[in-house]
Design a protein around this ligand. Sequence first.
Ligand code: ATP
Length: 229
Amino acid sequence: MALLALEGIEAAYGASQALFGVDLALGAGEVVALMGRNGMGKTTTIRVACGMMPARAGRVTFEGRDITRWPAHRVARLGVGLVPEGRRCFAPLTVEENLLAAARPGPWDRASVAELFPRLAERRDQRAASLSGGEQQMLAIGRALMTNPRLLILDEATEGLAPVVRQEIWRAIARLKAETGLALLVVDKSLKELARVADRAVILERGRTVWQGGMADLGRDVTDRYLGV
Ligand code: ATP
């Protein structure tokens, strides 16, 4: 049984429909890349999966349980951690306060987050607002991990970050995959990095799932057609 499954999801912003039929399945411990060009519906799909936006049609299930109409806080408590686009840490709070505000019991605590991102430990008393973009992304990931999720969703995992910091984030993602049983749903522009870390890919085109399969089966014809510029 899939950990998270979206079936025939439709969603709209007012009168403007953004999703017309999104299907996505993600198994426990699996890393899935959610791909598609700009504006194809990746963020909207994530919003629906997290209960931040209602589905007009279709079904969202988590371990077979229908959570389609659940509010975001309940979906989070069920074990879905989100690192949203643009990060959004609590700017006036310190690194430590940001982490503690998210804490829920489980293997992830301040010590294990500090081990994953030593830079956060060095800056624990600094306000989030004073961190670099990369450090803020580390904090956003750390916060999501502090909720001890079973599924971690990263929207634009490395967007706008310097190359060196990107590598740090990808290394952390690879470690999460190798060393924990955490399932990951990742959006990013780097096909190369996604190909390295993801088990499977789901491709969206104009609000619809147009391709879903193993990363190894994602050929040039498919990437040229749906991801090329
Ligand atoms: P990007 O990589 O550019 O973030 P995306 O694949 O995540 O793209 P979405 O952000 O989900 O795509 O957008 C899907 C469609 O919904 C687009 O046509 C977009 O213009 C529209 N849309 C997104 N957010 C809103 C909003 N808040 N209000 C109205 N329309 C929106």
